[in-house]
Design a protein around this ligand. Structure first.
Ligand SMILES: *[C@@H]1O[C@H](CO)[C@@H](O)[C@H](O)[C@H]1NC(C)=O
Ligand SMILES: *[C@@H]1O[C@H](CO)[C@@H](O)[C@H](O)[C@H]1NC(C)=O
Ligand SMILES: *[C@@H]1O[C@H](CO)[C@@H](O)[C@H](O)[C@H]1NC(C)=O
Ligand SMILES: *[C@@H]1O[C@H](CO)[C@@H](O)[C@H](O)[C@H]1NC(C)=O
Ligand SMILES: *[C@@H]1O[C@H](CO)[C@@H](O)[C@H](O)[C@H]1NC(C)=O
Length: 474
């Protein structure tokens, strides 16, 4: 769908981002076995470096910025600890970091400086595992090198022996923290080996949390931080009830956070009819991707201008004041997303906003067509939901988020079948009949595996492509 050259542009743009700032805090009161971390959106106004590859191509002469995508977590790796900033991704299952000696990180612009790097040889706790780490993402970026084990910490919580990858060769200036199912690890999908304990499982192994489960609260588009609670639920961050749905298995195994969308309404319009559509919950994706026919109806209803080169659509920024609800129903729970959560700013580093040819300010719309790919509920959806990922029981619990809540009441997720406190199972949930990859496409199991779903850079590539295609004016 996307051309190789576009992917190269996106990859190189990804390397030029800087000015990230990600505080993280720990919430471990009352002796609970819960690890809470603050996650932060990229919230910088620093100009980004001009992209070298773009300059060479001579196609676009702008510096781009997008303040509203990607969620990060601060951590440290090794002994002595080296700080790293990691992109949080429920759509993949491996943690990896860059090494300072890679050809990417040793470029003169020091693209890896902001997110940090790890040098195995200078860590006294480093242990080599194997040279078969190799991951790639749908945005075309990737990394390969060694799997190793070392000490990793987040906000003072130390995991003594965590397996992760080192990107000796990398096209992404930031490491990624994949927290999905172990079966989706590239060690399984690409190297054909048994799964290892990735971060949440190793936290269980080392007694930090009771069960392989965590809750994510991304908060509002206009807020900069949210949080992730490993082993816990914060009952002050959602509007009850918290309802649990089964994860859809693929070819009999659980490898991805797929749940079933049964109804979609935009205001009073039902779009797409009765659905039984598998959709992936993916924090690594900035946008939401739905079947093309549904997206066409949505675009018609909101007056979005689609740009096929970019596979994205633009809307007048005034839609950011629109409070129409887009209701996503999953058998029983409904998550309402206000239109304004779907209107993303596109700002150049000189502070300008692209416009349509009639001078009206243009914003990126938060829903795009999935084409032949997976249907994905990305950050434009996930901000409106409180989501508990229970990998132990293969359940996803959902409730409408409580935006900007400052209150907190953390309960521990225990063990056993009904371990998520306050969650109720949906009776007779609908099983997906569409949107599943089928036996040969199950991620992490077969040939198509090892490819994850980081799409955070999509919006920037979209802007570049729109400018190139003459849809937008800068
Ligand atoms: C997160 O890391 C960045 C970069 O190292 C740093 O500026 C920021 O203060 C860190 N935040 C916290 C809370 O440690
Ligand atoms: C560590 O140093 C040794 C000796 O200088 C070198 O051969 C090896 O490649 C280095 N390993 C890593 C992981 O950097
Ligand atoms: C990583 O896997 C991809 C896809 O299978 C392959 O093209 C590439 O050569 C591999 N990289 C390394 C360093 O093995
Ligand atoms: C949440 O807080 C942000 C930043 O203070 C504010 O802009 C936004 O309107 C608030 N959202 C809601 C839903 O109250
Ligand atoms: C959408 O969901 C909200 C609850 O979140 C509900 O009040 C509203 O009636 C729903 N809209 C439609 C058209 O059903």
């Amino acid at each position: 769908m996307k051309s190789t050259s576009l992917l190269a542009i996106v990859a190189s743009l990804a390397q030029t981002l800087d000015g990230l700032s990600i505080p993280s805090i720990q919430q471990r009161g009352d002796g609970l076995k819960v690890v809470g971390l603050e996650i932060q959106k990229r919230a910088a106004t620093n100009p980004i470096h001009r992209d070298n590859k773009l300059k060479k191509r001579g196609s676009v002469e702008v510096e781009l910025d997008n303040e509203e995508t990607l969620y990060f977590i601060n951590g440290t790796v090794g002994t002595p600890p080296r700080p790293v900033r990691l992109h949080l991704d429920t759509g993949s299952s491996d943690l990896w970091v860059n090494t300072p000696a890679s050809s990417l990180c040793s470029e003169s612009t020091q693209p890896c400086r902001y997110a940090g790097t790890y040098n195995a040889n200078s860590s006294s706790t480093y242990e080599y595992i194997g040279s078969y780490f190799n991951i790639s993402y749908v945005d075309g970026t990737g990394a390969s090198g060694d799997y190793v084990s070392d000490t990793v910490s987040f906000a003072g919580t130390k995991i003594n022996r965590l397996q992760f990858g080192i990107g000796y060769s990398s096209s992404n200036s930031q490491g990624i923290l994949g927290i999905g199912y172990p079966l989706n690890e590239v060690q399984v999908g690409r190297a054909g080996l048994r799964p290892y304990n990735n971060l949440p499982l190793q936290m269980v192994e080392e007694g930090l949390i009771q069960s392989n489960a965590y809750s994510l609260w991304l908060n509002d588009l206009d807020a900069n931080t949210g949080n992730i609670l490993f082993g816990g639920v914060d009952t002050e961050k959602y509007h009850p009830p918290l309802l649990s749905l089964p994860v859809e298995s693929e070819a009999g195994v659980y490898a991805e956070f797929l749940i079933t969308l049964t109804k979609f309404q935009l205001g009073n319009n039902q779009i797409g009819g009765d659905l039984a559509l598998a959709v992936l919950l993916d924090t690594g994706s900035s946008l939401t991707y739905l079947p093309d026919t549904m997206v066409q109806e949505i675009y018609n209803a909101v007056g979005a201008q689609y740009d096929s080169d970019a596979n994205a659509a633009y809307v007048p920024c005034s839609l950011a004041r629109d409070r129409t609800l887009l209701n996503f129903t999953f058998s029983s729970p409904t998550i309402s997303v206000e239109m304004n959560e779907l209107v993303l700013d596109l700002i150049t580093s000189s502070g300008r906003r692209p416009t349509f040819s009639n001078g009206v300010a243009a914003c990126l719309f938060g829903i795009a067509p999935a084409g032949t790919g997976t249907n994905v509920l990305g950050d434009t959806f996930l901000r409106s939901a409180y989501v508990v990922y229970d990998l132990e029981n293969n359940l996803i619990s959902l409730a409408p988020t409580k935006f900007n809540s400052t209150a907190t009441r953390i309960l521990e997720i225990g063990t056993g079948e009904n371990s998520v406190p306050g969650a109720t199972r949906v009776q007779n949930p609908v099983k997906a009949t569409a949107g599943l990859h089928g036996p040969n496409g199950a991620s992490g199991i077969s040939g198509s595996s090892g490819s994850s779903t980081i799409r955070g850079m999509g919006s920037m590539s979209a802007l570049i492509m729109a400018v190139m295609a003459g849809v937008l004016v800068l």
